[in-house]
Design a protein around this ligand. Sequence first.
Ligand SMILES: Nc1ncnc2c1ncn2[C@@H]1O[C@H](COP(=O)(O)OP(=O)(O)OP(=O)(O)O)[C@@H](O)[C@H]1O
Ligand SMILES: [Mg+2]
Length: 601
Amino acid sequence: MSMMFPRVGFAKRLLALYGVVFILVLFVTDWTLSHVLQKLDLQHLQDSLSRQSALICEIAAPLLKDTLRLQAAVKKLTQGTDLRVTIIDTDGVVLADSSEVAAKLTTMDNHATRPEMAAALDKKTGVAIRYSMTLNTRMLYVAVPILFNRSEAAIGAQPTILGVTRTAMPVARVDEMLASVRQPVMFAATLGILIVFVAGILFSDRLTRRIRRMTTVAKRFAREDWSEKILIDGRDELKMLANTMNQMAETLRSRIEDLESEKGKISVILSNMDEGVIAISRRKQCVLANPAAERIFSFATAKILGKSLLEITRHPQLERIVDQAFQEQKSISGEIQISGKPKKTLRATVIVLESQVRDIGGILVLHDMTDLRRLENVRKDFVANVSHELRTPLTSIKGFVETLLGGAGKTPETRERFLKIISEETDRLGRLVEDILTLGEIEQGVALVKKEKFDLSSELPSLLDPFKPRIQQNKIEVENRLSEKSLFLSGDRDKIHQVFVNLIDNAIKFNKPGGKIVLSADQKPEGVTIAIEDTGAGISEEALPRIFERFFRADKARSKELGGTGLGLAIVKHIMEAHGGHATCHSTLGKGSRFEVFFPA
Ligand SMILES: Nc1ncnc2c1ncn2[C@@H]1O[C@H](COP(=O)(O)OP(=O)(O)OP(=O)(O)O)[C@@H](O)[C@H]1O
Ligand SMILES: [Mg+2]
């Protein structure tokens, strides 16, 4: 839609129209005027001719027999005027004519056939306008009969007709008069038109300029650009219109701002929600989705509009929940699983709107339950695991004690062997209980009361000392890159020792004979990362995310055989978190593992 200004503005068109109407009126007026004047003048002329004819009849009646005297009288009567008088007898023979000399009268043609003459011979008054060849001009002819009453007293007697008197005058006079009037009138009219045109052009120019100015700003309004107001001068309707438009723009602007800020609020809320939100129409078409929903189903928000729910979520179970909700006309929730890595558990709630608001028939809220479900499972597992872990050594101890009581330990060797096993199992029980207690303490945050600064690199050798026999036994090479310079850490010294003891213990325990362990550190402004790398069995991809869980053992048989409880890494993780840091692990099955602990600066 292009909005160009027209080349000829409306004011100019109006002006042109006015001009045409003006000229038209002028012509019509001129025509009517001349018509009316002509008519009036003719009437006047005719009346005067009739009267003169009647008078001439009186004069002519006694002279009809004496044509010479009649001709002389007629000449005398019309001397110095335009009046032409013609007198004929009842046969149409011209007896006298003011415009001819007496000698020529006999040569004139018979006048009885002239229309006015014919009417007069019929005792009426004849009138005619004709072009006279004799006088070379248009003439008005009025003919009256010359009557003779034989007896004045004889009432009702028919008068006899003696002849006809005809008077005539040229009518050109009216035209002449009109022509002389028309000229000044036309001049005045032309001047008037000129003045009107100049004034009109000036006015229309101003009008057009003001309208264009209004239009330019109004166009900006249409583009929601409120930076300018319509400013025009004058105090007319246009000014009122401009003011109204300005008010309108102001109202519109504040309305739009309100709406936008409302929309902004809603979109901020929606995009910062953890829950996925998808608004759908009654026909299960997506109307709106927030980023969380986008993340859950990995679709692009920009492309969802109008697509069906199934198309963007590819989840028939979800569709069924929505169907049910729409069918029963009530809000329904259900749990759904989403495949992927990791697998997710979601609680989907469909809120059915009673009346469809702006195409939205229902709102789908998706709550990620994965962590909750996992924690529940961890807790359940923990209880089961604790009981299980405690029962194993207890059963073993009870078994051997009963065997001893039953008199099985006859020989001192057997007795000693049994008692040794019982002692080992008791130790294991003790370790287990201690680990569980440590974990509980750290989780509650009570253990971390002390905070001191110490140099880890100077303390590491003494931490490694107790492992020496096992290292030698398995022919493991330990490369300690931390001994070169001091590495200051701050926190609970004993607990941090425990972190490294646990990690080194694992690195030896799950290493293969002749393997290697590398201890290294990376100091950055944001904190220190210490890595313990081994060339051992490694951890499978499935087990990797779970190794920091309590009682989790990737390789159950081996760990148990090595006397592990599966709590070591859980303790590491909790101690690190209590220090504001974290523990991570990278591993390749069969090649080795790299554990990293990060202490923030
Ligand atoms: N360096 C490693 N290489 C290979 N697997 C490891 C390593 N460290 C830990 N794991 C795996 O992670 C599991 C959990 O380790 P964690 O230290 O928590 O338990 P544990 O060593 O079995 O028992 P505990 O430490 O209580 O004696 C281990 O059972 C083992 O399968
Ligand atoms: Mg361990």
